[in-house]
Ligand binder design. Structure first.
Ligand code: ZN
Length: 109
C-alpha cells in the first residue's frame, strides 16, 4: 500500500528529477531513494518494488519497480509488461523508435 497519492507517470518524472540533481518532496524522495545495497541488488537483476500506482486511463493499480538497464547503465522506473513481466528502459525504447523510423524511411545504416 502506498500513502502518497501520485500517479505512476508523476513518480517516473520525480525519479528523473532526482537523478539529475533536482529536489522532490521528502515523502516522494523516501519512496525513490536507493541505498548502496538496493543499487547492488537491482544491478544484479532484482528490481526494487516501490508500490502500486495507477495512471490516467488505467482501471486499477500496477506494481512499480526501480530497474537497472545493463545496456544504458541507468536506473529507471517501470511496471511489468507482457506475459513474461519484462520492463522497458526508456532509452532502449527511444532507440528502438529511432530504428523503426529509419527502417520506415528506408534509411537502413
Ligand atoms: Zn536501456
Amino acid at each position: 500500500m502506498c500513502v502518497v497519492a501520485l500517479k505512476g507517470n508523476e513518480l517516473i518524472e520525480a525519479f528523473h528529477l532526482l537523478q539529475s540533481g533536482g529536489s522532490v518532496p521528502e515523502e516522494v524522495r523516501a519512496i525513490l531513494k536507493l541505498s548502496f545495497f538496493d543499487k547492488l541488488k537491482i544491478k544484479m537483476g532484482f528490481p526494487k518494488y516501490i508500490g502500486d500506482f495507477t495512471n490516467d486511463g488505467w482501471s486499477g493499480n500496477l506494481p512499480f519497480y526501480i530497474v537497472w538497464c545493463h545496456w544504458h547503465k541507468i536506473f529507471f522506473i517501470d511496471y511489468p509488461h507482457g506475459f513474461d513481466n519484462h520492463f522497458h528502459c526508456p532509452k532502449c525504447l527511444e532507440e528502438a523508435e529511432k530504428l523503426r523510423a529509419r527502417l520506415a524511411d528506408g534509411k537502413w545504416i
